[in-house]
Ligand binder design. Structure first.
Ligand code: AHM
Ligand code: MG
Length: 336
């Protein structure tokens, strides 16, 4: 081997050496997430084909029903994480309540929240989707099943957050609070290889990402900000470019690399915003902050919000520091 190849597992093991008390359970957990990601990636890539093959198989009495990809992704995450002895409770966008660890398996100290397939409305059009995960230490006593309270901790308590993007290649991006690192899945080895060490988001971006069809539902402050980003002004490099995929993971991943702001504000239609605090806003906020950016709900830092419901929604403004500060100035009335 000529060049130094750093796999995800190696990276995690080396990161864990910062913690002399580490037991290896976190490494096990991350390996299980990476395995689930590979399965979801494989199935995402053949999703269109599976519809065709599914019909053929039905004739051939395979007995297999092709599941919708988001259900498949959810079951894959749950089954990958339920037996390793590292986790005590899970939350998924696809399940109403907390997901307990089956009795036959040992309980661990980690709490895992995830969105198994973010942007799933895009699947049939071959557009990038992703898996988002957020990890906490449990706060309930060890040796018992994890609780709802374990899952409602503020985002600044996360010990790890990450996402997997299933795009032109599959990438896993994660942080444990020591920078943001991106790994590309090499399909020939089936390994995530470090391709984007220490990702930093530009201080100011050239992109704004928002579903502008909600314009009439927004507060005036948001309307004014969007008007501002579209004005021509050479000195501040405006107008910004509009880019909106409708897959949050993909929109934020692009902005993380190129610089920019993603916003999903509250509106008359969605008074609390659309995105979920626990497994969408918090993990993305931890990652973007670790990359040097900002994430707020309009007033406060996303990571300081203490949720009171598992599927709580939150307005989200996230991305390059200066762009998020600018929208905050409009929201606070400092600019009008
Ligand atoms: P999902 O988790 O059910 O896919 O919903 C979340 C998605 C985000 O990925 C995306 O940013 C947003 O919903 C798009 O919403 P809209 O269609 O209202 O613009
Ligand atoms: Mg989602």
């Amino acid at each position: 081997m000529s060049a130094k190849i750093i796999t995800l597992t190696r990276h995690i093991i080396e990161e864990q050496r910062r913690f002399p008390e580490a037991t290896g359970k976190f490494t096990d957990l991350m390996n299980d997430i990476a395995f689930a990601a590979k399965l979801i990636s494989y199935h995402t890539n053949k999703a269109g084909l599976m519809g065709i093959l599914g019909e053929t198989e039905a004739i051939n009495v395979q007995g297999e029903i092709v599941k919708k990809l988001d259900i498949f992704a959810n079951e894959t995450m749950v089954k990958a994480l339920d037996h390793g002895g590292h986790t005590c409770v899970m939350v998924s966008e696809e399940s109403d309540g907390i997901i307990p660890i089956p009795e036959e398996y040992p309980l661990g100290k980690y709490v895992v929240l995830f969105d198994p397939l973010d942007g799933s409305s895009n699947i049939d059009a071959n557009v990038s989707v992703g898996t988002i995960f957020s990890i906490y230490n449990r706060i309930s006593p060890e040796g018992r099943p994890g609780t709802v309270e374990d899952c409602l901790q503020p985002g600044h308590k996360q010990v790890c957050a990450g996402y997997v993007i299933y795009g032109s290649s599959t990438m896993l991006v994660y942080t444990t609070g020591n920078g943001v690192h991106g790994f590309t899945l090499d399909p020939s080895y089936g390994e995530f290889i470090l391709s984007h060490p220490n990702i930093r988001i530009p201080k100011k971006g050239k992109i704004y990402s928002v579903n502008e069809s909600n314009y009439d539902y927004w507060d005036d402050s948001i309307k004014k900000y969007i008007h501002y980003v579209k004005q021509i002004d050479e000195a501040t490099d405006r107008p910004l470019n509009s880019r909106y995929i409708g897959s949050m993971v993909a929109d934020i991943h692009r902005n993380l690399l190129y610089g920019g702001i993603f916003l999903y504000p509250a509106s008359k239609k969605a008074p609390h915003g659309k995105l979920r605090l626990g497994y969408e806003a918090n993990p993305m906020a931890f990652i973007v902050e670790q990359a040097g950016g900002r994430a707020i709900d309009g007033k406060q830092r996303i990571l300081n919000i203490k949720g009171n419901k598992l599927h709580q929604r939150v307005p989200l403004f996230i991305g390059s520091e200066q762009d998020v500060r600018m929208v905050q100035e409009y929201i606070s009335g400092k600019r009008a």
